[in-house]
Ligand binder design. Structure first.
Ligand SMILES: [Zn+2]
Length: 322
């Protein structure tokens, strides 16, 4: 105990969130800024640097007082070498040595990991999965990320890329995914998939409450509007959610059979749909997974919200991937 705080960063495609986290895992100060990924790597690095400086100062510290800096970034990450290999949400990011770049700019020891793995670590250590040794964590937002905890430790695989659950093939004839394949879970059950499905149905079937909610400007429809419309009894929106939920359920049947986890945790923005999203999964896992696997698994919502990534990143710096 009593190590100095870590500046933990959640670097997403639209937002940079930074938290100053102490070794009791309390968030002491926060800063946020837009990513503006279109401006390229250098611009994003500048915003990361100033967000870290800002959060450190507002915690009453200087950079040299930090234990370190831990970055949870969207995309394929090589944690050992500190490289963002490729990130669909950060255009132009390919083999970017982000850890060393930040280390040189700020003079602070730096760690780098995938954002969905950080969220899994956070929920495992401090959230819904506390005390659970074997679990799978899904971050369902615009895309779908995953993190796998086996025997209490983050499973990273042979070369660090394990847990890409969003790119599990669910339908070989399904929609094309930016990863190059077709019918990935992310293309069928994420926020992006729901919006695509809602727009297709609106074009085919005409009006729903959704059209009114965005004053006819269909570009403004997000998963949030779809959830609200469903709550108000809109059948088109309810169908869209049911369809995504049933695909997510298929993914969970596979996860239950492969990993035999005690828990599957669902976090991310889409988790706000709650049982509307999880009940179909609970039903389908009972119907389709091996009885021994389905009897063992609880399918639950994440507890930490956006803090899962920050706390997981801080944990990664303080304790490694234990
Ligand atoms: Zn894919």
């Amino acid at each position: 105990m009593n190590r100095p705080p870590v500046a933990a960063i959640d670097l997403g495609g639209t937002k940079i969130a930074v938290g100053l986290v102490n070794d009791g895992y309390r968030v002491l100060a926060r800063a946020e800024s837009p990513t503006i990924a279109d401006e390229g790597v250098a611009g994003v690095v500048e915003r990361l640097v100033s967000a870290v400086e800002q959060v450190t100062a507002s915690g009453g510290l200087a950079l040299k007082d930090l234990y370190g800096l831990s970055v949870a970034a969207a995309g394929a990450i090589d944690s050992e070498r500190g490289i963002v290999t490729l990130s669909p949400n950060l255009p132009g990011w390919r083999d970017i040595h982000l850890r060393d770049m930040l280390n040189e700019r700020l003079g602070v020891k730096t760690w780098l990991l995938n954002d969905a793995k950080a969220a899994a670590l956070g929920e495992h250590r401090f959230g819904a999965g506390k005390g659970v040794s074997n679990l799978v964590h899904l971050t369902v937002g615009t895309g779908i990320g995953g993190g796998i905890i086996i025997d209490g430790r983050l499973y990273t695989g042979a070369s660090g890329s394990a847990g890409e659950i969003g790119h599990m093939t669910i339908d070989v004839n399904g929609p094309r995914c930016p990863c190059g394949n077709t019918g990935c879970l992310e293309m069928l059950a994420s926020g992006k998939a729901m919006v695509r499905d809602a727009l297709a149905r609106l074009n085919a079937e005409g009006k729903s409450l959704l059209t009114e909610m965005v004053n006819g400007d269909l570009d403004r429809i997000t998963a949030r509007e779809i959830g609200l419309a469903a709550e108000h009894g809109d059948s088109l929106a309810s169908d869209v959610i049911s369809r995504a939920a049933s695909y997510l359920a298929v993914g969970m049947v596979n996860l239950a059979n492969i990993f035999n986890p005690e828990m599957i945790i669902v976090g991310g923005g889409i988790a706000n749909l709650g049982d509307r999203l999880l009940d179909p999964a609970r039903r389908l896992v009972k119907e389709r997974a091996f009885p021994v696997a389905s009897a063992a698994v609880r399918i639950v919502l994440a507890r930490l919200g956006n803090d899962a990534g920050l706390l997981g990143a801080a944990y990664f710096a303080f304790e490694g991937d234990k």
